[in-house]
Design a protein around this ligand. Structure first.
Ligand SMILES: Cc1cc2nc3c(=O)[nH]c(=O)nc-3n(C[C@H](O)[C@H](O)[C@H](O)COP(=O)(O)O)c2cc1C
Length: 352
């Protein structure tokens, strides 16, 4: 597989996120400002608690998406295959990383193809809004068809681009392109951020363009501003330092977006979701599913597929217990339970 700037950058990201601190302890997701209410008499057996969810017409046993990370090199291809087969075994969804590398050189497609190890899992393609504009609707469709994806994610990352010395500087025309993609893809289009969150205003405009699935990817988890700052030097690195912490905390993004778009839109809560309890809080705030990227990559890196499987099992056990302890038989029931919101999150939600 040929190397160039795109694939070198993707491998540098894999190195940095597994060896450096890229999840600053502040700012936070603000999920610590969300409290579920304990039910001392649940009148349920743990076995009957149903954690299943639906995405792109398929049933998942857990409301979880392993969100987009990588592709384009042999090493990235190995990560994709491990995580996709994990998704298949646990009936969760899996997203490949940006298919830009594949659009630039077709021979790199193999590193994004996971259908042989994940024949029935929900697989999600991925492309940035700028590359999608260059490729057009048919070009994006070819990327998705080439990997047999169930849905296609369009990622938004203006803050990251602005820190990359080689990144984009012109972000005009995004809604027009999104509307064209939504027309072509219908419910199969997902629009996601990459760690800075979606505001209710952007979410509402995306829904007006026809988008029916959103992943907030809020502030508080992997910080791409931090990753790019580590890759940069001189003035570019300093710009990264001074913008670090930019974004909408995940809890504020999920709750305000749900309020803005109503019940008909599939909403994924990601960005700093690390436990089944945090996923339960996100569901109680209105999310349909949670998403997680870095923790599973790190588990895989540290202890192979067994460690990644164990991380998923713990996530599932804690989520199931959180449902039982709130007296909820299903995610729909959890969504109707009261939640106590405190501190900074209340201030965000009062303003958004
Ligand atoms: C190594 C790495 C590479 C990523 N590459 C992409 C990408 O190509 N496309 C994308 O939409 N998001 C990408 N993301 C963002 C994740 O999908 C996710 O939105 C973000 O990391 C927040 O989730 P987390 O805190 O659970 O890691 C990447 C994340 C990581 C850690």
């Amino acid at each position: 597989m040929g190397e160039d700037a795109t694939t070198r950058r993707k491998d540098a990201h894999l190195d940095l996120v597994t060896s450096q601190e890229v999840e600053p302890s502040a700012p936070r997701t603000l999920l610590d400002c969300v409290h579920l209410v304990h039910c001392a008499m649940p009148e349920l057996s743990l076995d009957e608690v149903d954690t299943s969810a639906e995405l792109f017409g398929k049933r998942l046993s857990l409301p979880l998406v392993i969100t987009a990370m990588t592709g384009g090199t042999e090493r990235a291809g190995a990560v994709n295959r491990e995580l996709a087969s994990l998704a298949e075994r646990h009936a969760v969804a899996f997203g490949v990383g940006s298919q830009r590398a594949m659009a630039e050189a077709g021979e790199r497609a193999a590193s994004f193809r996971v259908r042989d190890v994940a024949p029935s899992a929900v697989v999600i393609g991925n492309i940035g809004v700028r590359q999608a504009a260059e490729l057009g609707v048919d070009g994006v469709r070819r990327l998705s068809e080439a990997i047999g994806a169930d849905g296609m994610a369009l990622h938004l990352n203006p803050a990251q681009e602005l820190i990359q010395p080689e990144g984009d500087r012109d972000f005009r025309g995004g809604y027009q392109l999104t509307a064209a993609l939504a027309k072509a893809y219908g419910d199969r289009l997902l629009v996601k951020e990459t760690g800075c969150g979606l505001s209710p205003e952007v979410a509402r405009r995306l829904v007006d363009c026809g988008v029916r699935a959103l992943d907030v990817s809020g502030l508080g988890g992997t910080s791409f501003l931090r990753v790019e700052q580590l890759r940069a030097s001189g003035a570019a690195a300093e710009v990264g330092v001074q913008l670090a912490g930019w974004g909408i905390p995940t809890a504020a993004s999920v709750a305000s977006v749900r309020r803005a778009v109503g019940p008909g839109v599939k909403l994924i809560a990601s960005g700093g979701i690390r436990t089944g309890l945090e996923a339960a809080k996100a569901v109680a705030l209105g999310a349909d599913l949670a998403g997680m990227a870095l923790p599973l990559l790190r588990a895989l890196n540290a202890g192979g597929s067994e460690a990644a499987a164990q991380a998923l099992e713990v996530f599932s056990s804690v989520l199931r217990r959180a449902l039982l302890l709130t007296g909820s038989r299903s995610l729909a029931e959890l969504r109707k339970r009261p939640v106590v919101l405190t501190g900074e999150l209340k201030a965000w939600l009062a303003a958004l």
